[in-house]
Write a protein that binds this ligand. Structure first.
Ligand code: PMP
Length: 433
């Protein structure tokens, strides 16, 4: 039995000072009705809590830690950078170096701007799209999550889906009215919307591989359609690759599916676990951003030297050894194939959906293509699976509306252990079917 006495105490104390005891809702474990382990440290594939429990981590800070936690080279570069000062609010050589590095992975990002979170990246990309086109309306897909800015907190996935909040109080009506939502992977809905209103639409923003309703790949033709209609109507196509960048492939979903968006948002891995994100794209559009153009965007800590250092170290390792992507993807596939076999052995209906090194086990017998499909999955089975695993040291995302992630630090023995416990968890589920 997992002992979480110290975490329980810490959680009770935190709740007096932080809403729900946390600084981001899904961390509260409210969705799974238990106490979240309070984390004290992490290393490689493992994460440790203040009760000295050890877990194999498939959350990986919700994606960033592709090299595993506390990668020695990343940590060493931070140790070297910190004594030089933690923030200057002035240009540094490192920022251009990182911009070049990002561009080497994502050549469509001819120019980019650094910010401090994925939310800022998508919010700013929308402003650029609106400023560039002179239009107000944007299109987003139901169950996609792009951070918590007003325009994008409409029918979003991730924590909103987990807590059943389609739209947040506090988003002005006038702002929400400019956000048109349609189902993910629905090619006909995209075409008919653009046939009717295409010339009023500033941008489509999309998770080209959805991760925030669980991992849902685009159906063939979906991304192509987005590219065609936006081109035809002079709207901006924004790929939000905050999660799938460096995970769907080394060059993100845009490389995997060979689609060139106008703007791309990156976060998570690009900051190597520090608060850092970017948006960028064609020089024609990005040159409209202040100070070279009139569209305003700014940040005191943007391009922060410590965050940039962590991002640079992470991307340098990935660039030096491109086989890392294949290796992480192969490990993910081995794990997913293992889940499929074990679930079948125990007669538990699952769809294990994977793109690159992101994956979700959906408890359903038919492929999950959109948010309705994700909502139709068996939540009781998910709950049983989640708790059975956590009790035995396997740390998954505490919601079925999330992706899990693999790192380069996860080795064969981690996968063996994980599959052994997954098999037992499927057996437990089968008992109650
Ligand atoms: N876009 C996507 C696709 C995301 O997955 C997330 C966060 N999970 C965000 C944007 C928002 O990023 P942040 O939490 O850094 O604001």
């Amino acid at each position: 039995m997992l002992q979480l006495g110290k975490s329980q105490k810490a959680f009770d104390d935190a709740k007096r000072y932080l809403p729900g005891g946390v600084n981001s809702p899904v961390r509260s474990y409210r969705s799974v009705g238990s106490t979240p382990p309070f984390i004290s440290s992490a290393s490689g594939s493992r994460i440790y809590d203040i009760d000295n429990n050890e877990y194999i981590d498939f959350v990986l800070s919700w994606g960033p830690m592709i090299l595993g936690h506390a990668n020695p080279e990343v940590i060493a570069s931070l140790q070297e950078a910190i004594p030089r000062g933690t923030s200057f609010g002035a240009p540094t050589l490192l920022e251009t170096e990182l911009a070049k590095k990002i561009q080497a992975f994502m050549p469509n990002m001819e120019m980019l701007r650094m910010v401090s979170s994925g939310t800022e990246a998508t919010m700013s990309a929308l402003r650029v799209a609106r400023g560039y086109t002179g239009r107000d309306s944007i299109v987003k897909f139901i169950g996609n999550y792009h951070g918590h800015s007003d325009s994008l907190l409409v029918k979003a996935g991730s924590g909103l889906a987990t807590f059943g909040v389609p739209d947040s109080p506090g988003v002005p009506k006038g702002v929400a009215e400019n956000t048109i939502t349609i189902p993910y992977n629905d090619i006909e809905a995209v075409k008919s919307l653009f046939a009717e209103k295409g010339d009023e639409i500033a941008a489509i923003i999309v998770e080209p591989v959805a991760g925030n309703m669980g991992c849902v790949p685009p159906v063939p033709g979906f991304l192509e359609t987005l590219r065609e209609v936006t081109k035809e109507h002079d709207a901006v196509l924004i790929f939000d690759e905050v999660m799938c960048g460096f995970r769907a492939s080394s060059g993100g979903a845009q490389k995997l599916y060979k689609i060139k968006p106008d703007l791309t948002c990156l976060g998570k891995i690009v900051g190597g676990g520090m608060p850092m994100a970017v948006f960028g794209g064609s020089a024609k559009i990005m040159s409209q951003v202040a100070p070279s153009g009139p569209i305003y965007q700014a940040g005191t800590l943007s391009g922060n030297p410590i965050a940039v250092t962590a991002g640079l170290a992470t991307l340098s390792i990935l660039q030096r050894d491109p086989t890392i992507f294949k290796s992480v993807e192969d490990t993910t596939e081995r794990l997913c194939e293992g889940y499929r076999k074990l679930a079948a052995e125990h007669g538990v209906p699952v769809q294990v959906q994977r793109v690159g090194s992101m994956f979700t086990i959906f408890f359903t017998d038919k492929p999950v293509l959109n948010f309705d499909d994700a909502c139709a999955c068996n939540n009781d089975h998910f709950q049983t699976f989640f708790h059975y695993n956590l009790e035995r040291g396997i740390y998954y995302a505490p919601s079925s509306y999330e992706s899990n992630f693999m790192s380069f630090a996860h080795k064969a023995a981690d996968i063996d252990t994980t599959l052994e416990i997954a098999g037992e968890a499927f057996r437990e589920i089968a008992k109650n079917m």
